[in-house]
Design a protein around this ligand. Structure first.
Ligand SMILES: Cc1cc2nc3c(=O)[nH]c(=O)nc-3n(C[C@H](O)[C@H](O)[C@H](O)COP(=O)(O)O)c2cc1C
Ligand code: SF4
Length: 446
């Protein structure tokens, strides 16, 4: 059978995806160890925990789950010696529409994740870790469970790992398969066996009051894998691959109207949006033109072809100057996309060509969010359903002139008024689609 695996594009730099994307690589422990696996855990066990956290800080690793919080800073919130039990939890819920990177790691390179988590556990004084996998990934749950058993049998997990005196065990927990279970506090509620209602922050920041009300670190699958790679490459080299505030590489999963959709690992800030679409992904479908891009998973704000953005950069004599940057010249890193009014989020780039109807596309997202709201808070429970009803009516040719204004008003009254960031995730597409493509909504509102 012809392999679907492509060799890396010259603009890619595969680190966390290196093994998962290599022909002949298998997820079993012998293959992992043969390729240098668990060497970084050995290295970390010989270091002081605070040195480990410092390395992760110096690497400028940002979380890859969506919010992009600096990983080392988050780890720094845990007080190692406070006498409380600590936990780490891997967020393998992978629910954001447009995001499909973590499952490749779970299926093909589970030991990389286990090793990254074991390093984190040692640094944070954690003896028990969970990998929370959505139930729609039964194959992944089986592979990771087997990998944990293999690691335990070889002494990389369990009591006194590698003779270090440190104990760490790990378990897979299969979630119910709801988008809200990916939100870190509802994931914790779900792990505790309860209905996954997100907790109010503050006071329930997981690093303070997490699993069983104990300090807990929740990180994404890809984030933990980068931890392992930081110890392989060294924090300095790792940081240099990216930009000042966004170190290393990022897996960008590109879907939509490009010739070669798929997950690609690029140096953070090393590729522009245009290079990603036109070089790495082989360009738009024949005869089609770019219309819009959602750059970081469905909740990130949409960008319109032809837009330009005002960016600040250092001039020749060191002072900051303003520059007009076209959409396709936007650099793919956290700061540049934030400056363009959107976010790199979970790395899910959705590319839409000129055959796409923006009202239809927004309605598709609204239906998803309306289905997935957990219903705990009124603005989200009622508002997201209302938005969905409106765009569904508009798609069916029954729009009325007030619809665009009402849509905006409802979205504005959800964002910032809810228990969790789902409110923003559902509102931002509505606000940005209306702002960027007003004409398509006006036509449907006649
Ligand atoms: C509605 C919602 C869904 C989320 N889904 C996921 C998810 O599937 N996977 C994930 O890693 N993070 C998800 N997040 C972000 C997590 O709450 C959390 O920020 C992340 O797991 C932290 O890991 P990181 O620091 O490594 O990015 C979601 C957030 C929200 C608000
Ligand atoms: S914002 Fe929505 S998903 Fe989040 S807690 Fe409120 S109702 Fe639930």
């Amino acid at each position: 059978m012809k392999s679907l695996l492509l060799p890396p594009h010259p603009k890619e730099r595969r680190i966390v995806f290196k093994n998962a994307w290599t022909q002949g690589y298998t997820p079993d422990i012998d293959c992992y160890v043969k390729n240098g696996g668990y060497e970084e855990l050995k290295k970390a066990l010989g270091m002081k925990p605070e040195e480990i956290i410092d390395e992760v800080k110096k690497a400028n690793l940002r979380g890859r789950g969506g919010a992009g919080f600096p990983c080392g800073v988050k780890w720094g919130f845990i007080k190692r010696d406070d006498g409380k039990p600590h936990y780490i939890t891997c967020n393998a819920d992978e629910s954001e529409p447009g995001t499909f990177k973590d499952r490749y790691i779970l299926h093909n390179d589970p030991h990389q994740l286990i090793e990254g988590m074991a390093i984190a556990a040692f640094a944070l004084n954690v003896n028990l870790a969970y990998i929370y996998i959505r139930c729609e990934f039964p194959k992944a749950a089986g592979i990771v469970t087997k990998a944990i058993e293999e690691a335990r049998a070889k002494g990389f997990l369990g009591k006194n790992i590698m003779g270090s005196g440190f104990d760490i065990d790990m378990y897979v927990h299969q979630g119910a398969g709801a988008y809200i279970c990916g939100e870190e506090t509802s994931l914790i509620e779900s792990l505790e066996g309860k209905r996954p209602y997100p907790r109010i922050k503050p006071p329930y920041f997981p690093a303070v009051l997490g699993l069983y009300m104990s300090p807990t670190i929740v990180n994404n699958v890809e984030t933990f894998c980068h931890v392992k790679q930081i110890f392989k490459i060294g924090s300095g080299e790792y940081a240099k691959m990216g930009t000042a505030g966004d170190g290393g590489t990022r897996v960008m999963c590109v879907s939509g109207d490009v010739m070669r959709p798929g997950p690609y690992e690029i140096p953070a800030g090393g590729v522009t949006l245009g290079e990603l679409i036109n070089d790495v992904c082989g360009g738009m479908k024949p005869g089609r033109k770019l219309k819009a891009i959602i750059p970081g998973g469905s909740s990130s704000k949409i960008l319109r072809a032809g837009e330009t953005f005002k960016m600040k950069e250092k001039g020749p004599d060191g002072e900051m100057i303003e520059k007009e940057v076209p959409l396709l010249d936007l650099v793919m890193d956290a700061a540049s996309l934030a400056a363009a009014g959107t976010m790199i989020g979970s790395g899910g780039v959705i590319v839409m060509d000129d055959s796409r109807n923006m009202l239809w596309a927004l309605n598709n997202l609204n239906t998803f969010y309306a289905h997935e709201s957990c219903g705990q808070c009124t603005p989200c429970r009622e508002g997201v359903l209302w938005i969905d009803k409106m765009t569904t009516r508009m798609v069916n040719g029954e729009g009325i002139s007030q619809d665009p204004a009402t849509l905006k008003n409802v979205a504005d009254n959800i964002a910032g008024r809810t228990v969790c960031a789902f409110g923003e995730a559902a509102s931002w597409p509505v606000q940005s689609f209306l702002q960027k493509f007003p004409e398509e909504f006006e036509i449907a509102a006649k």
